[in-house]
Design a protein around this ligand. Sequence first.
Ligand code: MIC
Ligand code: SF4
Length: 640
Amino acid sequence: MKGTLVEQILQEHLVEGDLKAGDEIGIRIDQTLTQDATGTMAYLQLEAIGIDRVRTELSVSYVDHNTLQTGFENADDHRYLQSVAARYGVWFSRAGNGICHQVHLERFGAPGKTLLGSDSHTPTGGGLGMLAIGAGGLDVAVAMAGAPYYLATPRVLGVRLTGQLSPWVSAKDVILALLARLSVKGGVGRVVEYFGPGVDTLTVPERATITNMGAELGATSSIFPSDEQTRRFLSAQDREDVWRPLQAAPDAEYEEIVELDLSSLEPMIAQPHSPDRVVPVSELAGTPVDQVCIGSCTNSSYKDMMTVAATVAGKTVHPDTALMISPGSRQILLMMTASGALSDIIGAGARLLETACGPCIGMGAAPGSGAVSLRSFNRNFEGRSGTADAGIYLTSPETCAASALTGVITDPRTLGEAPHVQMPEHFSVDDSMILPPAEKPEDVEVQRGPNIRPAPRREPMQDSLELTVLLKVGDNITTDHISPAGAAYLPLRSNVPALAEHVFERVDPEFARRATESGPSVIVGGSNYGQGSSREHAAMAPLHLGVRAVLAVSFARIHLANLVNFGILPLTISETDYNALADGHQLRIEALQDGIQARKLTVSNLSIGTEFTASLEVTDRQVHILQAGGLLNYVGQAAQ
Ligand code: MIC
Ligand code: SF4
């Protein structure tokens, strides 16, 4: 085979277009995954598309985000998801079975396959040599219906690994080191492909930690070759039959190559409030720590948990520090129980949480005011933990465990000899919490609670728009800013009108009220607008409030696609024009249909009497979607 690993998999799945960097291609999607916080909307949209059974090789619905259940809403959502999965041919992983990405890696992922997931950390599957991409729920619904997934052909960034990790240094330190070098924008428009002699030294779960957090680089995906390590992992999961070897051709061409010597790495830590504010742990050593949380789809594997257990065994957590543990899956929890590792962790004073996302998405374990919380997670955006003024630090399970014992940020290398954890020959395999689709789908009644409301749909695209600038924000605005997550909001994910009341709440508590009063409106953003989560609610909820365009210096990939899908114009503007805009300005955009076609629109600023050009950085297909006023309108027109 020729080319990079990414080119090989894309070529095998290509149904439209040519592989030329930046050009739009359509690819066949083999597998999909959804989770409960984005899944209800995805399945409502699948139902609206009107097919009888999903047309992928495999589709799985996971329940892992919304498991706090402080009211009827989440349980209603789970019941809907279970019944709709049975009805449409989707496998259903029950609450308690584990975090979607961890369980998918263990039980379903396969080298060389394509996976589209309604969650931005779907690239975790790249640890197994799959091309795994995060997208909005509507895109995943369309893929479940058997249609191709469209994307701009990504450029491929090669990371050449050499050497071997030193004791107490782990996979998290690899990706934190890359974030330090490349920043949260470094992966935009790219897939990160790992190669080189260092690859062999990393197990599949370690590779998955690295590909998982490639999402924080802004990358479309990240991928490792499929080799003997992959075969061993799949065989230990009783799934050797899906293994196939895969690697880049020796003369594969990368857009750029980053060299990383694993032996040179030391424990790293990302400081509040961005995953790329990375420094060596030793620089912050001694800072008092109030809370430590170990888990999430980044670092909750068997090896992570066993390493933590071995580190804290026979010791007690510091009296001023709380330690929370959430193993990534039921498989891991069962193995920790059988081996006695769970007793070691609980004996050390840790609090055991569910095998779910939990504190990572602000579902419980919010830190105290002004607290320092060390987490083995992947995101530390302001307020995401549930506590606005807490400082969240992202680091390895090793650094987390060491710091929980001492009560201060601690370089684990100061603890002495590192524990040596072997990968098991055989994982404990029990799929009884994964329900197969119904054999007789016609007998399944889809159950909907009062919290489940249809997805909003935009009116057809007008030919001119008068818009009020409702809010001007800075660079790197996350979808957590736009539509916050956490215990108070996640139960409203199936009810967009109710969720919309909280749009931009943490930035401007009056935003929703002002939006409702103002009529059609626009948001102004800096660069990398909409980074982070794939939640299409960050497009749907503003749409419901009358937002019809976003003017930004640049956009994050998934959010841009979600804006287009819901008919909100993602208009790119220059820094100078950004600087001239202010809250309350009245803008007019005319000749919209032609402007969208030309990907250039003239915006008149009626408040200061100026005019500027905004461009649309979208593909041909997205031009048509915008002209129709969103993907559902477009599909509707195409069907007529
Ligand atoms: C996240 O980590 O932000 C989430 C919650 O998993 C999201 C999805 C969501 O908002 O439901 C993601 O990463 O896509
Ligand atoms: Fe869940 Fe956190 Fe992973 Fe998102 S990043 S899927 S909330 S564990």
